[in-house]
Design a protein around this ligand. Structure first.
Ligand code: BGC
Length: 370
């Protein structure tokens, strides 16, 4: 009887292990897998936006070359999916989790589990809020991104030379992304004085008395389609009788793309009445649009340098050496100030696509049709 039970138990255990293995390898279909001893988990928000594909691939490559085993997961912009992926990673007991969150306020319970297992957490590009269990943050200076967009608009329109009034349509990023409010504040701190003095007007009447009102113009999920229909609505309702949009504050390239499609469908033409439009990320479609005169600028964040920095931080954590940070005051996540490494974003226009994006190897000339 005892013998029979042992055989049964052994068979059941083997079946469970096989099931677990089958399960985890199907979950990890886009990653390499291996022992948990030097495993690094990388959680990215979505494959639908070009930049996150580049971010994930580059970091994965660096860590793999440095001898780490990695699991790289994309969550289709779904918060629950990202939480499940993180839980699965934690079950494999990684040394470090690198997380580009979808909703920066939704990860407290799962990160509590990571902390119980002494797994260190690096917030990648987007801060993770409302938890003590985030150890480091690496990003581009988000406020500076918005400031560069605002300053570009001021210069392009000649606002300091007293020109105006100009019709501005402001947009902000996804309301669940902590970065979006920094982008907006950076831009609005520059633009608001001109709105107050009447040199810049907002025909759609979006209420933006202060930075804190940014959610009145946010586009959820950073969706190009939603930005396009919002722009369609504003043009249909507020730009009648020959009134024209002069300038659009777009926080990033995915929104800019939708806005550009809307303008095109409403008959705006490059070289005659096409407005000034800002962006961020130097995505391929937008870079081509810049060359075609449909987007005025983008704020380029060379994701390779962010990956390089994060790979360095991972290695410092694993080796127990001091982790390099350069900002210990800006990013309070509601529970603590998270020690951060901030990189500098760079403005790119049509005129310096070649010197900045091609000469640095970010794009080949071929890819841009140059
Ligand atoms: C990133 C931007 C990106 C946006 C949409 C933000 O958190 O910082 O670079 O354009 O998300 O994915």
């Amino acid at each position: 009887m005892a013998q029979k039970l042992r055989v049964f138990a052994a068979v059941a255990m083997a079946a469970t292990l096989a099931a677990t293995t089958a399960c985890s390898s199907s979950r990890d279909e886009d990653s390499s897998s291996g022992s948990s001893s030097n495993l690094i988990g990388i959680a990215m928000p979505t494959k639908s936006l070009e930049r996150w594909n580049n971010d994930g691939a580059h970091l994965n490559d660096l860590l793999t070359k440095a001898g780490y085993t990695t699991t790289l997961q994309y969550a289709d912009n779904k918060v629950d999916q990202q939480i499940t992926q993180l839980q699965n990673m934690i079950n494999q007991n990684p040394k470090v989790l690198v997380v580009a969150s979808i909703d920066g306020t939704a990860l407290s319970p799962v990160l509590e589990k990571a902390a119980q297992q002494k797994i260190k957490v690096i917030a990648y590009d987007r801060l993770i809020n409302a938890t003590p269990n985030v150890d480091y943050y690496a990003t581009f200076d988000n406020y500076q991104v918005g400031k560069l967009q605002g300053e570009y608009i001021v210069k392009q329109l000649g606002l300091d030379a007293g020109k105006g009034p100009f019709n501005l349509e402001p947009f902000a990023g996804s309301s669940d992304d902590n970065n979006a409010k920094f982008f907006f504040s950076g831009a609005w701190d520059v633009l608001k004085p001109y709105v107050d003095s009447g040199k810049v007007v907002i025909p759609s009447g979006k209420k933006l008395a202060s930075d804190a009102d940014w959610k009145n113009v946010s586009i959820d999920g950073w969706s190009s389609q939603k930005a396009q229909s919002e722009m369609d609505n504003r043009i249909n309702s507020f730009y009648t009788g020959g009134k024209k949009v002069d300038v659009v504050l777009s926080p990033n390239d995915s929104l800019a793309l939708g806005i550009e499609q809307s303008l095109e469908s409403k008959g705006y033409k490059v070289g005659t009445d096409w407005p000034v439009i800002t962006g961020q990320d130097a995505d391929l479609a937008n870079t081509k649009n810049m060359l075609a005169g449909k987007q005025s600028m983008t704020v380029w964040k060379d994701t390779r340098t962010l990956g390089d920095q994060v790979a360095k931080m991972v290695d410092q954590i694993v080796k127990g050496s001091a982790v390099e940070t350069n900002d210990t005051s800006s990013y309070n996540n509601g529970v603590k100030v998270v020690p951060s490494y901030l990189l500098a974003p760079v403005v790119v226009t049509k005129d310096d696509v070649k010197t900045k994006l091609v000469d640095s190897g970010f794009y080949t000339a071929d890819k841009l049709g140059l």
